[in-house]
Design a protein. Structure first.
Lengths: 335, 335
């Protein structure tokens, strides 16, 4: 694994957080004042949360780290591995932060075009990344904003047939199947990202986790800021993990609404792309985005190759009904 | 200001968060499930909190940004300005994360040695940074771990007589006077950092803010991750700002205890360095650190030039009494 790590990180002596426990704690320049305990720095290693994540995923605690949303985790990966000028490859279209982070971390970015914005040719992809000597592959799976999936078989091929570090961003994986998180034990060049922002419904707290081979993780930990995830965030994450039932009920609801919304969009001629996530990408006519805003409904628009598409998140039953009825209203007004 | 900004950042098109408000919000792939609102992403610009900080500091909202503790803010500064191989200078000794972040962001780090670990020669410092063509100066003021201050006069000299960006990390400034935060209007190369971890006693939530000229801040905002500070963190920060009285009472208490602990250490021959912060650096004999741990008291030890020193945080009256009595006990046992 070491061969992938940046020179600066190989030599880096990370900040050491003292894990000695004493009753009188006068080592960290903390304040004395608060009874809620928030005057103390959070647990640097988020041990309780990591233990709960270990139970949930079946991975070892040494294979997991938490961060402020997937954003911080993507940054940790780039800080650890990406030397200036090295290539990062993702899909086109995909989550735009991959390009932005690559630029910030001095890498070169290339988006591999999905055919018709949805079909993925794995052999062509592998050929490209090998020819380009790509350092990092980042695949949002299911992919945002298309909601399409790359199969486990294809991911296996990419990890095996390339010398890149392959990051699978599974932000939306709970709305489908096909997680490769268990494979981190098999592939040292595989890193998997997860978030509490989507299925767990906790976008407001900014919490995500990263799974990788424990040797890899030792290097990633070197570039992590001390105390990166706050105490309350750790607690809320822990509580959310305990409530399996609520999570599963919610996922089932979203999947069922997704089917309903997708069918309605299909019948309406919007050519929705089959969705594996909690959103749907569909063909839009000029003016629909603004029309919906006027009806107090905000969806997502894009530029470039996707300028004729809109992305809608699956909402409550009432929100979805309203969205679908306004779509029809727009059509009626146009005709 | 532009001349300081990294090439990659000058061209960077940052992630755009849509600030349109609609009643039905189906644009951000958020979940539908939670009544507490945490399913929504936080306010990307933390507008309410920034407004409150603007009132507190007397600065414009366009001159302020919040982050996950000072750590994220230091990283934002490096991401914006530091090209590979450029120099970052701080003091020796100072907060060790300055060196670590510099390494991660491919810079070269140099610590300017304080005479006897406390006295600062400003002219020598300016000569050095100009000779080295330093890009970033980061000064913890009061300085951690010495608790010493650089005067406003000296900071003015540094900002005026050098072509570096000067970051003043005022994490501990509330325990003394001498803030230069208002000077960001006068000096375009000045950046000031503040935190909620010390005087506000909120280390557990990870919240800090950065003040700079608004043009500078536009570039810094480009490298900030979207939704970087969570909703609850923003709320707790806002509430803390409203409670002036509690804050001031607490600061007065710490200052008064600081005087008491300092005098006791002085009488005991520990040569404590005069403190402007909520901690004191003092001379230690071999074995004292471990002796205190055995008595359930944790203080901070260091390596290198500071191996004969310990740093103690000002605690509650009872904690300080216990610390001082154990120090005496150690002396008695040695004699």
């Amino acid at each position: 694994m070491q061969k992938y790590v940046r020179r600066a990180v190989l030599d880096l002596k990370a900040y050491e957080v003292n894990e000695i426990n004493c009753k009188i704690k006068l080592d960290a320049n903390e304040n004395v004042s608060r009874e809620d305990g928030l005057n103390r720095y959070p647990d640097n290693l988020a041990k309780e949360l990591i233990t709960a994540l270990s139970e949930k995923t079946g991975l070892r605690t040494s294979e997991l780290i938490v961060g402020n949303g997937s954003s911080e985790l993507i940054e940790l990966v780039m800080k650890t591995f990406l030397e200036a000028g090295e290539y990062v490859v993702s899909l086109e279209p995909s989550f735009s932060m991959y390009r932005i982070f690559t630029t910030i971390y001095n890498g070169k970015y290339k988006g591999f075009q999905l055919k018709d914005n949805q079909y993925f040719d794995v052999d062509e992809f592998i050929e490209m990344i090998n020819e380009m000597n790509v350092k990092l592959v980042i695949l949002s799976n299911p992919n945002n904003p298309t909601a399409t999936m790359i199969s486990k078989e294809d991911i296996g091929k990419i990890v095996e047939k390339s010398d890149a570090i392959v990051v699978i961003d599974e932000a939306y994986i709970d709305f489908t199947s096909g997680s490769v998180i268990k494979w981190i034990n098999k592939y040292k060049n595989l890193i998997v990202l997860r978030t509490f922002s989507k299925a767990f419904g906790l976008a407001g707290i900014r919490l995500g986790y990263l799974a990788s081979d424990s040797n890899t993780l030792e290097f990633i930990k070197r570039v992590k800021s001390p105390y990166n995830v706050g105490t309350i965030t750790q607690e809320i994450g822990l509580n959310a993990l305990r409530d399996h039932h609520e999570l599963e009920k919610n996922i089932e609801f979203i999947k069922s609404e997704r089917t309903r919304v997708w069918k309605a969009l299909d019948i309406s001629g919007k050519e929705p792309i089959p969705s594996n996530a909690n959103f749907i990408l569909f063909k839009s006519k000029k003016g629909l985005y603004e029309f919906l805003i006027n009806k107090d409904i905000l969806v997502r628009k894009f530029e470039g190759n996707l300028e004729n598409y809109l992305r809608v998140t699956i909402g409550t039953k009432e929100e979805n009904d309203m969205f679908l009825s306004k779509i029809e209203e727009f059509e009626d007004e146009k005709n």
